[in-house]
Design a protein around this ligand. Structure first.
Ligand SMILES: NC(=O)c1ccc[n+]([C@@H]2O[C@H](COP(=O)([O-])OP(=O)(O)OC[C@H]3O[C@@H](n4cnc5c(N)ncnc54)[C@H](O)[C@@H]3O)[C@@H](O)[C@H]2O)c1
Length: 450
């Protein structure tokens, strides 16, 4: 760490210490910390945005809602378009900042940074994150942690060696609705009974999966494309579909949800089988249609978990469902979806309603218990209960808040530290291997550890 960074760290610690001593607590209200334009405060967090594309801009907007976060630098190779757009916006919002094409130059020149937010294509994450950590900075890095396990491993090691924070962008881990479901339904009340199966999907319409174009006035020069690992503008814009750059929809979309499977089941899978192919889209390298079955061995027994992602039809959208012998939880990042369903014959949930775990009594209870005799083979409509927690912030904000809170206060734990991101990368990257191998692949427990 350079001298200026060490000094800033000391200033911050003494500020936090005196704030705590004064009984002011560490809750950072906009009254306490400055937004862009105001005078700098000792516990402001100075950040750089590395990668100013679609997701970089989403993260930029979410960060702007968080008091005391100051943009000091942006770095992007597409100077004529994404970098310019983000830089202009930040100027308009009042952030004085440097602009860079080369991340090494940025790390070298910007001596007052605390953290880097990385939203470059997956195959750049390892290099960008490792260099930032080695420069003494905390890192928020988008998922997929890396397109290779070797890259992801280097990231875990660099975080450990540097003692800095590395949060991976599986933002559902900080979503209050997901946290409620895990704490109250899965762990607390064990509402689902013995979970036996999981299923989930991310089905996207054909329209949402068309190749991305670019403003023809602003192409990157071929020399820049070559230098940064892209064969053409088409590949630069659609890197997710190409081997060596991204991992296709199973990695891009599936990793978010498969991450939840392992979190809620409290285990990593022991095997995977998968079917997939380049069935529909032309000119892509990664599979556009993937269907997966994992086998988990949990404390309660075997769980089989299905997941699919398709790119031609959006039927039923995206969600994860956990099915137990007493209930089903269906949850999604989409705010409108999230319910628990009680199985016929399961113990009633009145106690949990009174405790506020579930917000509404079942509407169809009377019908279900009306005494009508049903053939056991008939499917009885099950009672639906709603999750009483709303998520009223942009999707990424709570995860960024968790990161910045941890930067400020070492007692705060990251919700998705490098080690967890790594376990998810191991789980998800193996799907593409299983498709290619066309057979069941096993995971060894030690594969999940660095
Ligand atoms: N958490 C989520 O929900 C979520 C959603 C979307 C994307 N993402 C992740 O965010 C990352 C970015 O995705 P995106 O959709 O914004 O991609 P994008 O192609 O829109 O943006 C990537 C940006 O990085 C820049 N770039 C490429 N190589 C660079 C380099 N070597 N140095 C500096 N800049 C470079 C490009 O010019 C571009 O502006 C990916 O890892 C993706 O998986 C996460």
């Amino acid at each position: 760490m350079n001298n200026q960074r060490i000094k800033k760290e000391i200033d911050r610690r003494s500020f936090l210490h005196s704030a705590a001593a004064a009984g002011a607590g560490l809750v950072l209200s906009p009254m306490v910390v400055g937004q862009a334009g105001g005078a700098a405060k000792p516990d402001d967090i100075n950040i750089a945005l590395l990668g100013c594309g679609a997701q970089g801009q989403v993260l930029m907007n979410a960060c702007r809602n968080i008091p005391g976060v100051r943009f000091k630098a942006v770095c992007d190779i597409w100077t004529a378009y994404n970098q310019r757009r983000v830089s202009r916006l930040l100027k308009r919002y009042g952030y004085e900042h440097g602009t860079y094409v080369d991340y090494k130059e940025m790390l070298d020149k910007e001596k007052d940074l605390d953290a880097v937010i990385i939203a470059t294509p997956d195959f750049w994450h390892a290099e960008h994150a490792v260099a930032s950590l080695k420069a003494g900075l905390n890192v928020y890095c988008e998922k997929e942690m890396s397109n290779t396990l070797e890259g992801a491993r280097r990231m875990v090691e660099a975080a450990k060696e540097s003692g800095k924070l590395l949060q991976i962008g599986h933002q559902r881990r900080s979503n209050p609705r997901y946290i409620h479901c895990y704490d109250k339904f899965i762990k607390g009340a064990k509402l689902l009974g013995r979970i036996t199966t999981v299923n989930g999907q991310w089905n996207r319409s054909k329209a949402a999966c068309e190749d991305l174009g670019w403003p023809k006035k602003y192409p990157l020069e071929q020399a820049s494309l070559d230098k940064y690992g892209f064969k053409s503008m088409q590949q630069f814009r659609n890197w997710r579909w190409y081997k060596g750059l991204g991992g296709g929809p199973i990695v891009d979309l599936g990793s978010h949800q498969i991450d939840i499977y392992s979190w809620f089941l409290g285990a990593n899978p022991k095997s995977v089988i998968a079917s997939g192919g380049v069935d529909y889209w032309k000119g892509h390298e990664w599979y556009d249609t993937v269907m997966v079955v994992y086998e988990y061995e949990t404390k309660e027994g075997t769980v089989r978990a299905f997941y699919q992602t398709i790119t031609t039809n959006s039927s039923q959208g995206y969600y994860e469902s956990f099915l137990g012998d007493e209930g089903t939880l269906t949850i999604s990042e989409a705010r409108a979806r999230g319910s628990v369903f009680r199985e016929p014959g399961a113990p009633d949930w009145d106690k949990w309603i009174k405790l506020g775990y579930l917000s509404e009594p079942p509407k169809k209870e009377e019908e279900a218990d009306s005494g009508a005799v049903l053939d056991v083979r008939e499917t009885v409509p099950v009672a639906e209960y709603k999750i009483p927690v709303t998520m009223d912030k942009p999707y990424h904000q709570p995860h960024l808040e968790n990161f910045f809170n941890a930067v400020r206060d070492n007692k705060v734990k990251l919700n998705c530290p490098a080690e967890i991101g790594y376990e998810t990368a191991v789980t998800v990257l193996k799907v593409n291997e299983a498709v290619a191998a066309a057979r069941k692949l096993d995971f060894k427990p030690e594969e999940f550890k660095v």
